[in-house]
Structure formats: C-alpha cells, structure tokens
Design a protein around this ligand. Sequence first.
Ligand code: C2O
Length: 535
Amino acid sequence: AAVKTYDFNIQVKNVSRLCHAKPIVTVNGMFPGPTVYVREGDQLLINVTNHAQYNISIHWHGLKQFRNGWADGPAYITQCPVQTGQSYLYNITVTGQRGTLWWHAHILWLRATVYGALVIMPKEGTPFPFPQPYLETNIILGEWWNQDVETIVNQANKLGLPPGPSDAHTINGKPGPLFPCSEKYTYALEVEYGKTYLLRIINAALNDELFFAIAGHTMTVVEIDAVYVKPFTTQAILIAPGQTTNVLIKADQPPNRYFMAARAFEDAPITVDNKTATAILQYRGIPNTVLPTLPLLPASNDTKFALSYNSKLKSLNSPQFPANVPLQIDRHLFFTIGLGVNPCSTCPNGTHLVASLNNVTFVMPQVGLLQAHYSNISGVFRTDFPDRPPTPFNYTGAPLTANLGTTIGTRLTKLPFNSTVELVLQDTNLLSVESHPFHLHGFNFFVVGTGIGNFDPKKDPAKFNLVDPPERNTIGVPTGGWTAFRFRADNPGVWFMHCHLELHTMWGLKMAFVVENGKSAEESVLPPPKDLPPC
Ligand code: C2O
C-alpha cells in the first residue's frame, strides 16, 4: 500500500461569477478544490493549514474512518476547528471502499466554496465490474451566491428567518453560458465519437436536490456513494446534497455540441426556476459556434420521477461485492423530522426557525464530542436520545399548527459495539413537508424501505428489501414520507448524523451516535493524534 500526501492550504481568493467578484475561502486557491486520488488500501496524509480568517475543518464525506473519528472532520463533533495559522494532519487509511466520494468544509456554511472530489481507485489489478471507460471526469454540482454567504447567513439568523436562496447552480464551479458574464465560466467535456466515458457526479450543493441530464444521451448508473449498483439506463439522474453517482455515457450520437444541465428538484412550492446550470458535451471537431441543444429534465415538482428513479437503485450484490444487510436487529429506532419555531429574545418577531429530530433541536457543544467521549469529560452531552418510544400518530395528516416548539439539547444515542440498528426516519407535517437528505458519518447503511405517508410498523417491514437494497451514506427521506435503513455499529467512536441541507443542519436537524468500544484494543477508538486542534 502506498502513502499519498496532499497539502491543503486554506486561503481566501477573489473569484468572479455572474458579473460579481467576491473573496471566497478555497483550498490552494482552487474552486472547486483539488481532487484527491487514492487507491483502495492506501494511506492518505492530508495536511490542512489555515491561512484564512475563518476557523475550518474538513470532512471526508463517505470515508468510513475505522476507529479513527479523529480524521472525520465535523467541527465540534470529532475535532475542534483548525484556527487561523494552525495546521492539522488528517491521517486516513482507505480500506474496503472504492469509488467516488468527496470532501468539504464542515463548519458554518464554508462548504459553499470549500469542496472537491475524492476518487478511490480499485486495488491494482481489480477491474471495474462494468465496461472500462476510455476516460473519466468529475462533474461536481454546486451553488453560487453573489453575496458573501457567511454574511447572508448571519443576517438571516439575527432575524430568525431563512437566508435567501443561491443565485445559480454550478457544474465544476461554473454556472454555464445561460447566465450573464458566464460565457467563459462554462465547463466543457470534449468526447470522441464511439468512446465510453465515466462521469463521477457529486452533489456539493448546500440546499438543493438536483436533476442532471445530458441532451441526446442516456446515462448508465453504475455506482452510488462509492458502492456498485446493478447498472440501469436513464435519461436523468436525481442526486441529493451529499450523494455521489457514477454513470457511463457513450458518445454515440451525431457529433455535435450538447448541453448537460442541473436543475433543482423542489417538491415544496414550485418557484420560478432561474438557477439551472449548464455545461457542454462537445464532440471532437465540432466548432464552438454551433448552438447546443438543452436536455429534457424532469419538472422541478416531479415526485413521480424521483420515486421511480430511487426504486431502480439496487446494490450489485455480486459474490465479489456482496450486500451484507443485517438480518437480526438489536435496536429499532424511530426518529421524526420536524421544522418548527422557538422563542428568540433577540429576533424582531420573538421567534426563530428550528428543526428537530423527535422534537429535540440539537445544540452544538463547545468541545469535540469525540474528545469528551474518549476522555470521559462529563457534562458535554447526554446519551438519553431518544427518550420515549414514539407514540402512534398521524405524522403526515392535517397541517400541524400547534406544538411547533422543540426542546433543545446535545443528546446522543449510545450503541454497543457491533450491534445492529434499524432506523426509520419519518418526515412530519410540522410547519412544512419536504425531502430531507440524511447523512450518517462513519458508516454506510442499507436502505431497506421507503414510503409515502406514515410508516406502519405492522405492515411496512414485511415489504423491506433485505437482499439487494442500495448501500449508501446519504438518503433522501421523501416529502411527507419515511425511509428505513439498517447498519452494523462496527465502528467505535462518535458519529454525526444530519440532514445534508445546510439550512436544516444549522437549524438543529442533527444528532450523533456514540458507538462503544468492543472488548479488544482492535475494536476500540484509536488514541487521538498529537496535533488534534485544541478548542
Ligand atoms: Cu457531507 Cu456531515 O457531511
């Protein structure tokens, strides 16, 4: 196994998009940031040095970090942030995973500009379980704000209101030629007729689930969240913030210029869509003057497409890559997702918006939870979440206007080492119904079931897919519906779980699991590195 070393210098750079220039936080002055390439089994040493005036931490989204939460990255969960002028070495061993993941800042809203791809090549001599592509490329979808994002967020928080939406979606940091001043901020992929290409698609957007399609071309989905799936062909993909999707495309259409496009899937009220990002798929030899055609994308309220697309995702489940779905479950958990309002003495209208799991709004601690757990520091968190069995209730019935308030706390769920967990996430009608992409750190999980309306513990489990359910690290809980997933708690440490809509994370739609040590040293959290940032 090799050792791969990267230097990540966090620095501010002036960047211009949509006729607006502004300073943004970057890694090495790049936007998007550098791609980290590694081979399964290798060790990654990434030295993060902070030259910016913001505290920072970097999360390696989807990497399992066995026993090594110290390198996971979420600020105040597994580490304190790297302060201005300080460095921290993320020491990561990549085992048992191959495919496309990504990295991003995990503090405040800095991931708006601090993100990049993390590509894990299979072990030497291990081919992909699909046709070898001629070339591969990253397609990173994101969001761009004309104003400074931290300023917008701080102002909104003072008022207790949501910050305004972004001004454009982007593909590899570029909005594409449909926006003003954006002709030169257009990503183009040149292809040769007859060849097959692998696109590593990443949704790095902060708050938008996205459709992505390429005019004239179908895509064959082969992998999601760095796990191979049974290949299937589709006109468009749906990808939630945090998720990754690998597709193969064949350049087999009349040589021309074609648009790729990313547009929001918004199941809430459909607003005017003026944020669609475009990029160009260009056959070799076609002049830049030819006008490209736009792909057909599902309508932004097309929940039917969303449901049907998600139902096609199945683990490859081959002898080489089996789906090890836990069949016996030690702990059944049921979390409700709610948006609400709490009193706020400093807000003009006396309230601010909050989000909650089982009506608890998570409060960020002042010290890292993993340190508190490792060193037995008391008073930082409690492990009494959830405290009551959920009462049968019509969660998605008539609009709930009462009981919008939540309790607050830093409350975690304790799991014995190697225990098996089934978690049902139920969206509720508190304030608004919308799709929530939930991300679990430290593990992959198997999405065994999903449905619209209220989860029925008597009937729904009988329909679970325990054979080849998709295995991933981020899953959208459908609007007014539920999702059930299973995982084995075989990674000791403290692991964050949250909605990957940054807005909802900020409002408290998050919690963490404490997975206890096993009996042996090999089943216990590693000692913390010497340079772990102090709070
Ligand atoms: Cu991609 Cu906790 O995040």
